[in-house]
Design a protein around this ligand. Structure first.
Ligand code: FJE
Ligand code: FE
Length: 342
């Protein structure tokens, strides 16, 4: 399988002309892991109560196989992102394409730009963001809210700060299978109060997608995905099942913790930890402060990935098609030419 990965656009390169003229400039090939045989993302309730050191309840606990510190870089219009997945050190974590921890203040943001072929999941950590799209849809997400946007065949939108001060959040891009790349766009929006939560023995979880502690999220994941936000009290431990065959990672938002094996060194904020094969993740917070992190896992698609900035398809020909469709306003981009955000 090939992954041909091309650079994201710079802020000056949103224009259709740039996109039409863009050249495919860089290609990286990767071998992908074998396809998973499981399709369900169901998991069982795990107890995190056992104080015993030998209490890891998994047959094959997942270990951290790669640890990447995400450094700040500029993106969009005056925005700052810490990019882990999708950056140079972590190009490939099928089905995930990108994870940005973003920090943006007015008048910066992410002005009008297109997407095709994948989903964007925006999770607000602090502040508020307004999105507007080319079909007239407009909305604001605030601290704790999630916007799960399936771009499918095409969305053109803007994502801009909605209040003063710095707005912070995470944006995760999830690839769509070849058969789903040209589906109708769809939004799933969850207000903070509607996000399923569970708490047990000093561990709180907000379930954005999938299931933890016996509680399930209502979000439909076209590419099977789990996505959780865990907050662990000092001294607590967690044992979270993750389907075998799925690729999984942790991104630490705050504090520090021991992930995978009890004897490992603690990892701290802004690190992305790629997990190896296995059936679950164990975490220990041995620090004196809160530990907060997201855990995401997804069923690998095992399909070729050809990315040109904000279009992610399976072949160069499909990328050319996407650029033409956007330029000429076809195949889902009909509303693109007359529209600009207010
Ligand atoms: C962008 C590529 C992009 N990270 N985090 C190029 F992906 C973007 C872009 C974002 C983005 C938006 C939000 Cl709300 C959060 C993000 C990249 O939109 F602006 C450029 N120029
Ligand atoms: Fe976007």
């Amino acid at each position: 399988m090939l992954r041909q990965h091309l650079p994201l656009f710079s802020s000056s390169s949103y224009s259709p002309i740039y996109m039409a003229l863009s050249r495919l400039t860089r290609q990286n090939s990767h071998r992908l892991p074998p396809a998973s045989t499981k399709t369900s993302s169901r998991s069982t309730i795990m107890s995190s109560s056992s104080p015993s050191a030998a209490s890891v309840p998994f047959e094959s606990p997942r270990k951290v196989v790669k640890k990447v510190l995400s450094l700040s870089q500029s993106e969009g219009d005056g925005a700052t992102v810490r990019r882990s997945i999708g950056g140079h050190e972590l190009r490939n974590l099928d089905p995930f394409l990108l994870l940005d921890e973003f920090s943006v203040s007015k008048p910066g943001g992410f002005p009008d730009h297109p997407h095709r072929g994948f989903e964007t999941v925006t999770y607000m950590l602090h502040g508020a963001f307004t999105h507007q799209d080319f079909s007239g849809r407009k909305g604001t997400i605030r601290t704790g809210d999630v916007q799960w946007m399936t771009a499918g065949r095409g969305i053109v939108h803007s994502e801009m700060p909605a209040s003063n001060g710095v707005q912070k959040g995470l944006q995760l891009w999830i690839n769509l299978a070849s058969k789903d790349k040209m589906i109708e766009p769809r939004y799933q929006e969850l207000k903070s109060k509607d996000i399923s939560q569970a708490e047990k023995h000093g561990v709180k979880v907000r379930i954005i997608a999938g299931e933890a502690f016996g509680v399930r999220s209502p979000v439909y994941t076209r590419t099977p995905t789990m996505y959780m936000d865990f907050t662990m009290q000092p001294g607590s431990q967690l044992h979270q099942p993750i389907l075998e065959g799925w690729n999984a990672f942790v991104y630490i938002i705050e504090g520090e913790g021991v992930f995978g094996r009890e004897g490992d060194v603690a990892a701290s904020a802004h690190h992305c930890l790629v997990l190896g094969a296995g059936d679950g993740l164990s975490v220990w917070n041995r620090s004196g402060a809160l530990l907060r992190f997201v855990l995401a896992a997804g069923q690998p698609l095992n399909e070729p990935v050809v990315q040109q900035g904000l279009f992610v398809m399976n072949s160069r020909a499909q990328i050319q098609q996407a650029m033409q469709d956007y330029y000429y306003g076809r195949n889902g981009f009909e509303k693109a030419s007359q529209w600009s955000s207010a």
